[in-house]
Design a protein around this ligand. Structure first.
Ligand SMILES: CC(C)(COP(=O)(O)OP(=O)(O)OC[C@H]1O[C@@H](n2cnc3c(N)ncnc32)[C@H](O)[C@@H]1OP(=O)(O)O)[C@@H](O)C(=O)NCCC(=O)NCCS
Length: 250
């Protein structure tokens, strides 16, 4: 699998994908409870295959459907919210321009997705953002203006220092809390540490903050997005955190 870090940093490529599959990928078997054994006892982590982008978008939409930002942006009706979120993920640069890891169950079905942007690529210029969102504006102008306000708040907090920008990140709604998200994050963090890279993400779920902190993320800021509290977290590579804890100059 490709490595984060260095010039022309990349995470995964088509050939890496095939190589990873040939080797069986990264397999998670821990973190599963008894009820998770049905079809989800083995989860492989590997890069997203381009032909599976639609499937990955669907998993993201179902996994994130009830997040507070999405309720605020797309409304109270879960069906309409799912449709709005799908449209947003299709019109906004949610996956094709990003790199992504996916978790697959024993049948090969995608059950978790972690997309990310390379350093320097997460700040959309206004014209680019307008272009990216134009399809969505046509479908739902009200939600589009809420999304713009949301993205403006997120942009304000984006760190200046070099970082990989994590997200969207979600696990299939029906199999959350079985260790799949931890598996994706573990693979991502191992690559960040190997490449000595920072990572950054936003979350609108209070319970996720402790989850990310256990992987070395630290809350840098808190802000309101469309009335919901959002947390902004940065993760420095393990070696940097250790030097800091020991008081060694970096
Ligand atoms: C956040 C998210 C990606 C985490 O993925 P996940 O697969 O649910 O995460 P895990 O199961 O690995 O761990 C999550 C929690 O479940 C717990 N857990 C893990 N295995 C478990 C098991 N077998 N039984 C019960 N709980 C378990 C973990 O300890 C962790 O606990 P915590 O709530 O105290 O942190 C997922 O819940 C999700 O998609 N949420 C909606 C979208 C979202 O909020 N994305 C994050 C914004 S960037």
């Amino acid at each position: 699998m490709g490595r984060i870090g260095g010039a022309g940093a990349h995470l995964v490529s088509r050939s890496d994908y095939e190589g990873t599959l040939a080797k069986g990928g990264t397999t998670i078997t821990k973190g599963m409870d008894e009820s998770s054994q049905k079809g989800h006892d083995i989860v492989d982590i590997g890069p997203l295959c381009p032909s599976d982008v639609d499937q990955a978008r669907a998993v993201l939409a179902r996994g994130m459907r009830d997040n507070p930002n999405h309720v605020a942006a797309f409304g109270d009706d879960p069906t309409a919210r799912l449709a709005g979120l799908r449209a947003f993920l299709e019109s906004y640069r949610s996956i094709p321009e990003r790199e992504a890891f996916v978790a697959r169950d024993a049948t090969g079905r995608i059950v978790g997705v972690m997309a990310m942007m390379r350093p320097g690529e997460c700040q959309l210029s206004s014209p680019h953002e307008a272009r990216s969102l134009s399809g969505f504006y046509a479908k739902d102008p009200g939600a589009a203006s809420r999304l713009k306000r949301w993205l403006d708040v997120w942009r304000k907090h984006d760190p200046q220092e070099r970082h990989w920008h994590c997200g969207p990140f979600a696990v299939e709604a029906q199999v959350q809390r079985r260790g799949i998200g931890s598996g994706l994050l573990r693979v991502f963090c191992a690559q960040l540490d190997a490449g000595q890279e920072n990572a950054y993400l936003e979350t609108d779920v209070r319970q996720s903050v402790g989850f990310f902190e256990r992987f070395g993320f630290e809350v840098m800021a808190e802000d309101r997005v469309l009335g919901a509290t959002n947390w902004f977290l940065l993760r420095r590579p393990r070696a940097v955190r250790h030097r800091r804890e020991e008081g060694t100059p970096t």
